[in-house]
Design a protein around this ligand. Structure first.
Ligand code: 4AD
Ligand code: MG
Length: 450
């Protein structure tokens, strides 16, 4: 078979072609007698002396292919050696077959074996650790393929939301000399022997200076957190969708967070039904997010709800932990927005709430079904003296933040923004057990290879 003259189509296109030719009542010669050329990898295979059944997969779908020995006498020895993950090109007749895994089958007329794979070192008995070691191969699984497609839609939907709403895409440095979300979870970098250089936890302190230039900005970039927690929702390297807006009110920030999540879920529901099906995700659990407004409650409300409905008592002033967030999330079928947390549990840059100096205009979006905090955001404090005071309380040196404090000196304006953990969102949308499966090569406290 001469590959370069053949027009290959995807398996999904082949199936659609077959369907289409049926719709046209099978009369036209134009249906190319259902002949298709496809290529991909062996997903499953079984055979006998006379026949070989191969389920071929490509990025689009899988399809059963049948080879009869009588048509391949010369090639049979080679065909007999085909194992899982071998790469092939196939030409044949496609036709409906209700017994085949995707309802169609190809009677193979020509086969071009590109490579016979070695024994594929992945099987059902592997534990999580071994699957992690073989992650580069596990990416080919139907599950990971489905997740990665949904992830791709999510990235697209993020760009789409911000660009449709008048934001500029802007990039901040990854090497930074300041902390923003707590010094204990910074990754130190050996910067030519110098200390005090860290990997970005967030773009925020380098984004705020840019709103005086561009006003509405967003980014989609990796963030790094030296989290010593082995939970199902923490990575050490994750993708962070962040935005910052000049003149924004606290409400504007929450509205954008809600708009962004709605756009993402809407897009996935429109484009990834087959993948959600492969993941056995109940889409009824996602639909309310698109249709209903997100409840917005204060931290005080949250404590009251936890006490009344969940029989969980939290003393005022304590942060909501994972267990409390999970309890709350069980009461709603959309993300909820919790606002006005106590100042002490939130970051130094958050603006105090007018008339209630004990709390701040910060908000967390808690995902449904126990998927935890999807978004953290706030209105930013405008008063440089208040910021300095909080930095000193935290043991930081305000001099190192002078570039940041300058933003409050030259035409300061009300502003704010948020950050969304992309893998948290992907994990929730896909209904995953662990955030590790929301990214191709997860980085955690205990895993940095392959
Ligand atoms: O709440 P965080 O720490 O907020 C910030 O970083 C702000 N500076 C953002 C901003 O206003 N520009 O982080 C934002 C989000 C969290 O809500 C969570 O979804 C995600 O980032 N996140 C993580 N995701 C995966 N693994 C981790 N270790 C994460 N830490 C935070
Ligand atoms: Mg947070």
């Amino acid at each position: 078979m001469k590959t370069h003259t053949q027009k290959f189509i995807s398996i999904q296109e082949a199936i659609e072609k077959a369907r289409h030719s049926q719709v046209r009542s099978g009369s036209s010669k134009d249906q190319a007698k259902g002949e298709v050329a496809v290529r991909g990898w062996v997903y499953r295979e079984r055979g006998s002396n006379a026949m070989k059944f191969i389920v071929l997969r490509d990025s689009s779908n899988i399809i059963q292919c049948v080879l009869e020995r009588k048509n391949f006498e010369k090639q049979w020895d080679e065909i007999d050696k085909i194992k899982i993950e071998s790469s092939l090109e196939i030409i044949g007749e496609i036709k409906e077959d209700k017994r085949a895994p995707t309802g169609f089958e190809i009677q193979v007329k020509k086969i071009n074996i590109i490579q016979i794979a070695e024994d594929f070192p992945i099987n059902k008995d592997l534990n999580e650790e071994l699957l992690g070691d073989r992650r580069h191969l596990w990416l080919r699984s139907r599950k990971m393929t489905a997740v990665l497609k949904i992830r791709s839609t999510v990235f697209n939907a993020i760009h789409e939301y911000f660009r449709n709403n008048g934001f500029y895409e802007y990039q901040s440095p990854i090497f930074q000399a300041v902390q923003c979300e707590g010094g204990s979870i910074l990754f130190n970098v050996d910067y030519f022997g110098k200390k005090g250089v860290f990997l970005a936890q967030t773009w925020q302190l380098y984004a705020e200076p840019a709103i005086f230039s561009l006003e509405k900005i967003y980014t989609l970039a990796p963030s790094f957190r030296a989290e010593e927690s082995k939970t199902s929702r923490h990575l050490t390297e994750y993708w962070h969708a962040e935005m910052e807006v000049a003149w924004a009110t606290f409400k504007d920030i929450q509205d954008h967070g809600e708009g962004l999540i709605k756009n993402i879920v809407k897009r996935v529901l429109n484009e990834n039904k087959p993948e959600l099906e492969i993941l056995e995700r109940d889409i009824k659990k996602l639909e309310p997010t698109v249709k209903k407004p997100f409840p917005r409650i204060t931290y005080d409300d949250a404590l009251k709800i936890l006490k009344d409905k969940c029989k969980v008592k939290i003393p005022w002033g304590k942060d909501l932990r994972t267990i409390e967030e999970d309890e709350l999330s069980k009461l709603y079928d959309t993300p909820i927005i919790v606002t006005n947390y106590p100042k002490e549990v939130k970051a130094f840059y958050m603006k105090g709430t007018e008339g209630n100096p004990k709390v701040v205009n910060g908000c967390d979006f808690i995902g449904p079904e126990g998927y935890g905090e999807l978004i953290g955001g706030s209105e930013r404090e405008a008063d440089p003296d208040k910021i300095k005071k909080r930095l000193i309380e935290m043991g930081e040196k305000p001099e190192q933040y002078s570039f940041y404090l300058d933003t409050r000196k030259y035409g300061s304006v009300p502003h704010g923004g948020f950050g969304m953990g992309v893998e948290r969102v992907v994990s929730w949308i896909c209904g995953l057990d662990t955030i590790k499966d929301a990214i191709a090569f997860p980085r955690t406290m205990t895993r940095f290879t392959p």
